[in-house]
Design a protein around this ligand. Structure first.
Ligand SMILES: Cc1cc2nc3c(=O)[nH]c(=O)nc-3n(C[C@H](O)[C@H](O)[C@H](O)COP(=O)(O)OP(=O)(O)OC[C@H]3O[C@@H](n4cnc5c(N)ncnc54)[C@H](O)[C@@H]3O)c2cc1C
Length: 395
């Protein structure tokens, strides 16, 4: 029986684990290692920060999902991958593997800017469950003392979507509460232009987003780096100072510590078209953990986002590739992954499709409409239903 270890219990790790078990049955001894005991439906974290969701509504217990499928769950942090010995270490044990799937997502780089981040800094973040819960408390305090809001993405960010969603949701909610006239909002981004999203834009995304920010009277500052965050000001590299009562900024990402040494200079894992490590042939990696080169150099550094849809597809390809090798079949031919996601905008939403993710593309689409918001609400319920039953073979 081939011993498979998966690091990470989110979109990539769960999909890989369920697919390996589905494709290989009792030919695979699958262990999922995760530092937290819950699956978090990350796309709903902005809603949680606004008080539109509770943690219970968007999380699932990992052990309860794994055991019925015959997958072993270890709730521990991987501290080091010894790629030469094919072993994953935790504080309590060394776990040997025949195949390893790294789906450990990102380490968040708050140390990149002084005063940045919720822990020891002055800005909120919505990238983890704990951060979003904290951001919700900050939001409730802010509602008692409304004032200027600054939202954005610092230099080096790759995942811009949550900052866009957050600023539109804040704007929508403040209008609902008839507080918008007391709360000037500024959006600061490292993107060369609004709607770039780290993917070189998407069709008319620049025009659509410029109109959207203008119609909501949100001030835009693009192509900018942040010098420092103080308790009540964002200081930009060009000397601009923006006072705030509430600030939420997306951080840059890097690979997590346990796998950093087998990654590129940022710790992201270099993989081939089957999501196999380019040097270590029994290591695969998917999702945010992998290295993807940006489509172009931007004046202020930006990276390429890796969305949930992309991550699931990568995990399916990786599982299929491992299963083929175990069964003595030839490796599957893979296609570049595309992106399909819905960006919430508070009272409306935008459907974004890009295939492949980076230009030149075969298909590209960006459409706005209330119906996409309904689709996003429905997708959350569908995905939680699907993953709680391990039905990763469904679309
Ligand atoms: C706020 C927000 C909103 C988003 N909205 C959307 C959206 O609407 N649509 C969309 O398609 N994508 C969205 N994304 C992107 C999407 O969430 C990611 O693509 C997806 O979460 C990537 O999955 P992953 O498995 O690669 O990594 P992650 O989701 O980051 O999961 C990594 C897992 O590994 C675990 N882990 C980390 N280090 C270790 C370790 N050393 N040992 C053990 N376990 C470890 C973590 O606890 C976690 O379980 C959003 C992202 C954010 C932050």
């Amino acid at each position: 029986m081939a011993k498979m270890v998966i690091i990470g219990g989110s979109f990539g790790g769960l999909t890989a684990a369920f697919e390996l078990k589905r494709l290989l049955g009792n030919k695979a001894d699958v262990t999922l290692l995760c530092d937290v005991d819950k699956f978090v439906f990350v796309p709903s974290l902005p809603w949680l920060s606004m008080g539109w969701r509770t943690p219970e509504e968007i999380t699932l217990p990992l052990e309860k999902m794994m055991t019925p499928k015959g997958i072993k769950f270890i709730n521990e942090e991987a501290t080091h991958v010894d790629a030469d010995k094919s072993t994953v270490n935790t504080k309590t044990r060394a776990i040997p593997y025949d195949y390893l799937v790294i789906a450990s997502g990102p380490a968040l780089g708050f140390s990149s800017v002084p005063g940045f981040g919720p822990e020891g800094g002055h800005t909120e973040c919505i990238f983890t469950l704990e951060q979003a819960m904290r951001a919700n408390k900050a939001w409730n305090r802010f509602l008692e003392k409304p004032g200027p809001v600054v939202v954005g993405a610092v230099q080096g960010v790759s995942c811009f979507g949550p900052a866009y969603e957050y600023v539109f949701e804040v704007d929508t909610e403040l209008r609902r509460r008839k507080l918008r006239h007391k709360t000037p909002i500024t959006f600061v981004t490292s993107e060369p232009y609004i709607g770039h999203f780290g993917i070189g834009g998407l069709k008319t995304s620049r025009r659509i987003m410029e109109d959207e920010f203008a119609s909501r009277e949100i001030r835009l500052i693009t192509n900018q780096s942040v010098e420092e965050f103080t308790p009540d000001e964002v200081r930009l590299k060009d000397g601009t100072k923006l006072a705030f009562n509430l600030a939420m900024f997306a951080p840059p990402m890097a690979g997590v510590k346990a796998v950093f040494h087998i990654g590129n200079p940022k710790g992201f894992i270099p993989v081939d078209s089957n999501y196999r490590h380019i040097k270590y042939k029994n290591i695969f990696s998917v999702g945010v953990a992998i290295a993807i080169a940006p489509p172009e150099q931007t004046p202020v550094p930006t990276g390429v986002p890796k969305t949930g849809y992309m991550t699931e597809h990568m995990a399916k390809y990786a599982a299929e590739s491992i299963a083929s090798e175990v069964l003595g079949k030839s490796l599957p031919q893979t296609e570049p992954v595309g992106a399909l996601c819905i960006m919430d905008m508070g009272h409306t939403a935008a459907l974004m499709k890009a295939y492949p993710v980076l230009p030149p593309r075969k298909t590209a689409e960006l459409k706005e409409g209330k119906r996409f918001r309904w689709a996003k609400l429905a997708f959350e319920k569908y995905y939680l239903w699907k993953i709680s039953r391990g039905l990763t073979n469904l679309p």
